[in-house]
Design a protein around this ligand. Structure first.
Ligand SMILES: *Cc1c(COP(=O)(O)O)cnc(C)c1O
Length: 357
């Protein structure tokens, strides 16, 4: 049996979302974040759809080289910089830009005979990567003295809680710390991820760094992409491979996690956690059968998931099932599965066939 499980990528939607970023942050340049295989959409497919961006951001040299092999000559920023001397020749040959967030990277650069564009990362409260505001000035002095910095040094920070709108005051505090720290220095600045772009206009600065919103998905837990004028670009579909009636009291799936309250018509859809559909999707997680609302019943298994067909007397094997997409926001699945859309988008496995429109 050939597997019907598919992820469709709508590249027009991707391009539309970049246009939305430009509308929302009209005075900023755009560094499109396409790390992790373009958030699961395909690195080159995403990059080509975002070819109007001013730069791309990726996590590592491997991802950056894939962009060059794919014929994209844009500026590319390595968000975690480099860790070893063997990476320096790739920087030189491809003009990759690097984030410097740790003293070991400055040491590495001091021993290099190359010039590279550098973003100095300042840790204003995320406590993941970057120099504290107290250490940033010394790091900057050292970088400038090293003679490796090509052009003007640039500055960035990353927001930890910008998706918690109306929440604690961390975001304005982070923005203030960053601007206080870098205020006297000349050089371009970047703060905003998607949540900053959508929720905190004062974070826009010279460069914005959208990720999730470019894929049509909201960074906020209680919103969806379409509420921000974004178009979801990935839809995941499969089909019913079995349809049956079970008696009242029958239990469905591993562990008998769902029990039929009445005689129940149900179906089996060909998708499971082996495809990236989350095992933690609870009873009642929405799916669409023939475009109409249905729900998951019982535990998700590796290759299959059971769906409730009590409201779908017409459903037959071979009928389409949508797990997420334009008509069923991935944000909603994420809520029912105790995760975030980012993880679902990145997690579609290789077994799933990708169709790029
Ligand atoms: C991934 C990433 C972004 C984009 O974040 P989104 O929440 O997806 O918009 C921005 N900046 C840095 C440093 C990142 O690692």
């Amino acid at each position: 049996m050939t597997r019907a499980t598919r992820a469709r990528i709508d590249t027009d939607a991707l391009t539309h979302n970049l246009t939305r970023v430009r509308e929302i942050a009209p005075d900023s340049r755009v560094m499109a974040c396409i790390k992790a295989n373009g958030y699961g959409h395909g690195l080159l497919e995403a990059a080509k759809a975002f070819r109007g961006a001013d730069a791309f951001a990726v996590a590592c040299v491997e991802e950056a080289l894939e962009l060059r092999s794919g014929g994209l000559g844009h500026p590319v920023v390595l968000l975690e910089g480099v860790q070893r001397g063997s990476e320096l020749s790739a920087l030189r040959e491809n003009h990759f830009e690097i984030v410097v967030h740790d003293p070991s990277q400055i040491e590495l650069l001091e021993s290099a005979d190359t010039r590279v564009r550098v973003w100095l990362k300042i840790d204003t409260g995320m406590h993941r990567l970057g120099f504290s505001p107290e250490d940033a000035s010394a790091a900057r002095d050292r970088l400038l003295a090293s003679g490796v910095v090509d052009g003007e040094l640039r500055f960035m920070t990353h927001l930890a809680s910008a998706d918690l709108a109306g929440g604690p005051p961390e975001t304005p505090e982070q923005i203030r710390r960053f601007l206080d720290c870098t205020g006297d220095w000349s050089g371009e600045r970047s703060i905003a991820n998607s949540a900053g772009i959508l929720g905190w206009p004062e974070s826009h600065q010279d460069w914005v760094r959208p990720g999730i919103m470019l894929y049509g998905v909201s960074p906020f837990p209680d919103r969806t992409g379409s509420e921000h004028g974004l178009r979801p670009a990935m839809s995941v579909t499969t089909e019913l491979i079995a349809v049956k009636e079970i008696p009242a009291g029958a239990r469905v799936g591993y562990g008998g996690h769902w029990q039929a309250p009445e005689p129940t018509r149900m179906g089996i859809a060909a998708i499971g956690y082996g495809d990236g559909y989350p095992r933690h999707a609870e009873n009642g997680t929405p799916v669409l059968v023939n475009g109409r609302k249905s729900q998951v019943i019982g535990r998700v298994s590796m290759d299959m998931v059971a769906v409730d067909l009590r409201q779908h007397p017409e459903a037959r094997t071979g009928d389409p099932v949508t797990l997420w997409g334009e008509a069923l926001p991935v944000e909603s699945l994420a809520r029912h599965a105790g995760t975030i859309p980012y993880e679902l988008l990145c997690g579609v496995t290789r077994r799933v066939k990708f169709d790029v429109d």
